[in-house]
Design a protein around this ligand. Structure first.
Ligand code: F6R
Ligand code: MG
Ligand code: MG
Length: 382
């Protein structure tokens, strides 16, 4: 049986009017490049879109994960697109390209990727979620709810195919060398949650059904860890299969009805609600946000894509968006204060340490009393 691989490879190679939106000419250019990739038989099919300032290349092929040709096609598209963006002086052109020498796959080079290789079922519906102004750990909560929380996913109780639970493969993304652990749910739910709650350290990489069927894959690339300084957040993508013994599409989407707090937003340094939005609203504006996620639903048929449908383009998510915007408004009133601004350890690679370093030399062990003669202002009211 032929196995189909779904590869989503993304990068921010420049955006319009700041870090807002990928310009149309870059989307068109990427479509042209991937079409050539189909003609050269590197990939079977593709869909190009954007999540805010991130260019998203969705591709299907029969070549497996981490395939050099497929990754090179994506990398070259980003490189050539960067040149075009530079010609037009598009903002932050080439932001996520940390090296111009391709070395087999895009890992560690700046772009992010999520891939999944599947034996196609009789019908194969899946969704791709693409977020902007946040990090891979943003998917921990919705993925846990989809595959482990019966209050979200009725099928965990009702459908015998889901009843045996799911295995979560979790990555410690703070380690220099990729480091994974697998945990079964519901058996190890408390241990799993102990990890997943630390969204900046542990992120879900893949999820498998108890019988070994792969059901979800997330990008876990740490751009700022690779660059050693803040160059942008690692805006993540996730591929999730649905139906026929897996959570239904509606159960998958239900998990996004809490505009839960994620790290990112302005300068990658603030907590904010994750808004599920339609493609037309995939543009981060207020305070460079709030962080948002788009969802595209596809089917894959003999290696070819059918679709997409814009999953969050539905009034049923208006209430979530409204609530998210109210939370955003409340959080903004905290200005530079935690817990709207992230704690300084979460901002390790940002520019704040430079400012703090400058202040640190002025600290002394003695409490300082400012010198100067206090004015007697007791008569000043007269
Ligand atoms: C967050 C992001 C933006 C920028 C901010 C400052 O991921 O991309 O919030 O951090 O707009 O941008 P620069 O430093 O390019 O002026
Ligand atoms: Mg950007
Ligand atoms: Mg982005």
């Amino acid at each position: 049986m032929v196995e189909t691989t779904i590869s989503v490879i993304k990068a921010d190679i420049g955006s319009l009017a700041g870090h807002v939106v990928v310009p149309d000419f870059l989307l068109e250019f990427a479509r042209k490049e991937l079409k050539a990739g189909v003609e050269k038989k590197i990939i079977n099919d593709f869909h190009v879109t954007h999540a805010g300032d991130d260019l998203e290349l969705i591709m299907t092929h029969f070549k497996g994960e981490n395939n050099e040709e497929v990754h090179r096609l994506a990398f070259d598209t980003f490189m050539k697109g960067t040149e075009l963006a530079r010609e037009k002086k598009i903002y932050a052109a080439g932001q996520d390209i940390l090296s111009d020498t391709f070395s087999g796959n895009v890992k560690g080079m700046g772009p992010g990727s999520a891939e999944m290789t599947i034996e196609e079922r009789k019908s194969e519906p899946f969704a791709i979620f693409m977020a902007d102004k946040t990090e891979p750990g943003a998917f921990n909560l919705p993925l846990f709810k989809i595959f482990a929380d019966p209050f979200n996913t009725a099928g965990l109780i009702i459908d015998p195919n889901l009843h045996d639970g799911f295995t979560f493969v979790v990555q410690d993304i703070m380690k220099d060398v990729p480091c994974f652990v697998d945990m079964k749910c519901p058996e190890e739910m408390y241990d799993l949650l102990a990890l997943l709650g630390s969204t900046g350290t542990f992120t879900i990489k893949k999820i498998y059904r108890a019988d070994g069927m792969v059901c979800a894959s997330v990008s876990t690339d740490k751009l700022h860890a690779v660059a050693g300084k803040y160059v942008g957040k690692d805006d993540p993508v996730a591929i999730i299969r649905a139906h026929s013994g897996l959570p239904a599409m509606g159960e998958v989407l239900e998990a996004f009805t809490i505009p839960h707090l994620v790290a990112g937003w302005m300068r990658g340094s603030h907590a904010g609600p994750l808004l599920p939005v339609a493609l037309k609203d995939s543009r981060c504006t207020r305070f460079d946000g709030p962080p948002r996620v788009i969802g595209l639903g596809f089917q894959v048929s003999n290696g070819m894509l059918v679709g997409p449908i814009d999953l969050f383009d539905d009034i049923a998510f208006d209430i979530t968006r409204q609530r998210g915007m109210e939370i955003a408004d409340y959080l903004r009133q905290h200005g530079p204060f935690e817990f709207h601004r992230l704690s300084s350890d979460r901002m390790e690679y940002s520019t704040l340490p430079k400012v703090l370093d400058k202040c640190s030399t002025r600290f002394t062990e003695e409490e300082i009393v400012p010198t100067g003669k206090a004015k007697d202002t007791s008569d000043s009211a007269e």
